[in-house]
Design a protein around this ligand. Structure first.
Ligand code: 13P
Ligand code: SF4
Length: 321
């Protein structure tokens, strides 16, 4: 049976108040119809709001899962409910398909922190040292890199190269957190995620004092002093898996706010403590602009073919690890 907004509310009623639902239901029904008409799928990152994540998305996950699953898409159109670098990655892996991002302004402070020129200068300064680039970068930056990584596979990627030293760009904190787990020397850049850099070790200590017994899960884009205070650090998918397998009675996800809502839907038995920071870029994506994207075929992601060929190699090398 084809789902409708009415049949989907049960799923999200713990995180979306009934009074808000009428605001969403019309767009949800329209999007479900448009997906069928256009043979489209929606890929949504774990930071999307629950009415997107649980009600219209076909494929959900962390950056690594979205890249992997983008390769398997058979539909004609991919709508990326996430930020611009994710849509570019989907386009790199599906050059013949239409990839739409509902708001072109959905950027990322990490992607903005480094340019292709910076990488060329770094290569002059560190000749022969491979460049490992976080997927949170533009296609033009990926094109200057040897291999990409995500927070879910960074250690494996760094170690796969079989070299004593790598440049790992642009997230300084992810690089420092991975450096603690490997013998490979890691040279970092000074980029930061504007969501995760705001958490402090004091925040964690205060949460533990206010909520005794709470399990603290942190994203590795947080500063190392924050990760040191946590019980576990991992990508958004790893945090979600931790809740599913370990079933902590109380948990705090030290990351973007929508994560807790999305994971809470699956785990009614777990108490979620909610200090979090919003990503303004992720929040640019709404049901309204997903609907317009499908109605108007906006905004199609394009990448210069010469850049795309080189950037694709870096992403494909990562996916082969
Ligand atoms: P992951 O979902 O890969 O952990 O990435 C988090 C993030 O900040 C994406 O923008
Ligand atoms: Fe970029 Fe951080 Fe927002 Fe993710 S959460 S898109 S890394 S600014």
């Amino acid at each position: 049976m084809t789902p409708s907004a009415a049949s989907l509310y049960d799923r999200v009623q713990r995180v979306i108040p009934a009074i808000e639902w009428p605001v969403f239901s019309d767009d949800i029904d329209a999007i479900l119809k448009l997906k069928r008409e256009r043979n489209a799928v929606i890929l949504a990152h774990n930071y999307q709001t629950p009415e997107i994540f649980h009600c219209v998305a076909d494929i959900v996950g962390d950056s690594l899962a979205l890249a992997r699953k983008a390769m398997e898409v058979e539909a004609d159109v991919i709508v990326l409910a996430g930020v611009h670098f994710m849509a570019e990655t989907a386009k790199l892996l599906n050059p013949a398909k239409t990839v739409l991002i509902p708001d072109m302004r959905a950027g990322c402070s990490l992607a903005d922190s480094i340019t292709p020129h910076d990488i060329r200068l770094l290569r002059q300064r560190y000749p022969g040292v491979p460049v490992v680039t976080y997927v949170n970068t533009s296609a033009a930056v990926k094109a200057e890199s040897d291999i990409c990584c995500t927070s879910g596979n960074a250690k494996a990627v760094v170690e796969s190269l079989g070299v004593p030293r790598v440049l790992m760009l642009p997230d300084e904190y992810l690089a420092q957190n991975i450096a603690k787990q490997t013998d490979v020397e890691i040279i970092a850049w000074k980029g930061h995620c504007e969501v995760h850099e705001r958490f402090t070790p004091e925040d964690i200590r205060e949460m533990r004092a206010a909520h005794p017994g709470v399990t603290v899960l942190a994203h590795p884009e947080c500063p190392p002093e924050v990760v040191a205070e946590a019980d576990f650090a991992g990508s958004t998918a790893a945090m979600s898996d931790y809740v599913g397998t370990k079933k902590p009675s109380r948990v705090v996800l030290v990351t973007e706010c929508s994560m807790s809502d999305n994971v809470a839907v699956e785990h009614p038995d777990v108490e979620f403590i909610r200090p979090c920071n919003l990503c303004p870029h992720m929040k640019r994506i709404t049901l309204g602009n997903i609907r317009s994207a499908l109605e108007r075929n906006e905004h199609a992601v394009t990448i210069d073919p010469a850049v795309a060929a080189r950037a694709r190699l870096a992403v494909e090398r990562m996916l082969a690890v």
